[in-house]
Design a protein around this ligand. Structure first.
Ligand code: CTP
Ligand code: MG
Length: 165
């Protein structure tokens, strides 16, 4: 699969869907702006939810600065926040960059089993609400103006290194 470059690429997928793995196997680390990685920068670790506000403030600043320079920017968050998506899309348009939403179409059961195998699994009920939020987001993306690319599980090599975040 070939995506435009430079571009804004916004990942959309539940925890364990493979967002960070997909991004890490295709983009340089400086191109990937990850809320988990920024929680680790400003908090006690990638799971420090108390650091979310600070982490997202930084994320927005980094995304705006990179897009303002016309640089490829991969946003590694759940991708389910409609107002954040709107802002990123507007910034990409202002910079003349294509805006691509990459949906990790990983079955719920796969997300769940990967999640339970992790060191710090997301609680099952949280994953359930993430999966519902992703499904709702997917219904909106085309209408919002994104070029939507769906990634089937097989598109991600199983031996790809998992990126931080
Ligand atoms: N994984 C896998 N095979 C894939 C993709 C991911 O086995 N094709 C594994 C990764 O090695 C990792 C887990 O599944 O242990 C979650 O993948 P990750 O890319 O970290 O998922 P994210 O969507 O980034 O999850 P989160 O939202 O929690 O960051
Ligand atoms: Mg991740």
């Amino acid at each position: 699969m070939r995506l435009p470059d430079p571009a804004l690429v916004v990942l959309v997928g539940a925890s364990g869907s493979g967002k960070s793995t997909w991004a890490g196997s295709r983009y340089r680390s400086a191109e990937i702006v990850s809320s988990d990685a920024l929680r680790e920068v400003v908090g006690s670790g990638e799971h420090d939810l108390d650091a979310s506000t600070d982490a997202f403030a930084l994320l927005e600043q980094v995304v705006a600065a990179r897009l303002g320079r016309g640089l490829t920017t991969v946003v590694d968050t759940l991708g389910t926040d409609v107002s954040r998506r709107r802002g990123w899309l507007a910034a990409a348009r202002a910079a003349g960059l294509p805006a691509v939403a990459v949906v990790l179409d990983t079955p719920a059961g796969v997300c769940r089993s990967r999640n339970s195998a992790r060191d710090r699994p997301v609680p099952a009920r949280v994953l359930t609400s993430q999966l519902a939020a992703v499904a709702s987001a997917v219904d909106l993306l085309e209408g919002e103006g994104w070029h939507v690319v769906r990634v089937a599980p097989d598109d991600v090599p199983d031996d790809a290194p998992a990126a931080a975040g």
